[in-house]
Design a protein around this ligand. Structure first.
Ligand SMILES: Nc1ncnc2c1ncn2[C@@H]1O[C@H](COP(=O)(O)OP(=O)(O)OP(=O)(O)O)[C@@H](O)[C@H]1O
Length: 256
């Protein structure tokens, strides 16, 4: 892992989040550097997914939610009233726990975003689809079957297809919510290898229940507990020499 200090891509300041009356996040402040992998760990229900979804305003879709505090991406407050949320979700792509390809061909899955952005030229679309599938380390496996349904692929291939679909619209940030929890060990390794490649060009925020995975793929880790960040720091330090007792108890398996 490189040791250079990258500039802040996402700056979170005193972020609180409410589902109706229930407060799920409590005054979270942390900086996520660009072109690094940032892992979110913590026991079930501690707010990892809620936090992840605040970063592309996916929680806006849930009725009666409230956000206080700020999240700045490249210095711009993403909750500002003049922010175009569709554009935000293009810049901040998301990969979910279960691969969710559209019910269309492999080609059309990847071409969907660029087409939605008005690109119609077939040659240009071909180029984008090939580039995205190569970046997602899937091209060699699918180049002769681009017209087949995305759902005909294996689970691991489907997840890489979803990553290609996100990359086709050139986001700067990719959010991943337990992207390998539905995959077998071999497919998991492929996604982890891919994450290691992607970190050269993208800022990646990943929720994982698998602490070995956090240790393998991430540069920094934040440990969440009851909607608060207990500890955040370089992953190797957090796992080998945590500052807080709660962090140590969690990573040594005493709870969660
Ligand atoms: N749509 C929702 N409406 C109301 N409460 C919710 C909603 N989604 C999550 N919560 C609550 O917010 C809290 C945080 O949930 P969240 O899913 O963010 O935790 P998590 O750490 O990602 O959990 P897990 O690891 O099990 O996915 C929990 O108490 C959960 O019950």
């Amino acid at each position: 892992m490189d040791k250079q200090i990258n500039k802040t891509k996402i700056a979170v300041n005193k972020l609180s989040f409410y589902y109706g009356e229930k407060q799920a996040l409590h005054e979270i402040s942390l900086d996520i550097p660009e072109r690094e992998v940032f892992a979110l760990i913590g026991p079930s229900g501690c707010g990892k997914s809620t936090f992840l979804r605040t970063l592309n305003r996916l929680n806006d879709l849930i009725h009666k939610t409230k956000v206080t505090g700020t999240i700045e991406i490249d210095g711009q407050d993403i909750y500002d009233s003049n922010v175009d949320v569709v554009q935000l979700r293009t810049a901040v792509g998301m990969v979910f726990q279960k691969p969710n390809p559209f019910p269309s061909s492999i080609f059309d899955n990847v071409a969907y975003g660029p087409r939605a952005h008005g690109i119609k030229d077939k040659k240009e679309l071909n180029k984008i689809v090939e580039k995205s599938l190569r970046q997602a380390a899937l091209w060699d496996e699918v180049k002769d079957r681009l017209d087949e349904p995305g759902t005909s692929l294996s689970g691991g291939q489907q997840q890489r297809l979803c990553i290609a679909r996100v990359m086709a619209v050139e986001p700067g940030i990719i959010l991943m919510d337990e992207p390998t929890s539905a995959l077998d060990p071999l497919a998991t390794t492929k996604i982890e290898d891919l994450i290691n490649e992607l970190r050269k060009n993208y800022t990646i925020v990943i929720v994982t229940h698998n602490m070995e995975q956090a240790a393998r793929v991430s540069d920094k880790t934040a440990f969440f507990l009851d909607g608060e960040v207990v500890e955040v720091g370089p992953t190797d330090q957090l796992f080998t020499n945590p500052e807080k007792q709660e962090t140590e108890d969690y990573i040594t398996g005493k709870f969660g």
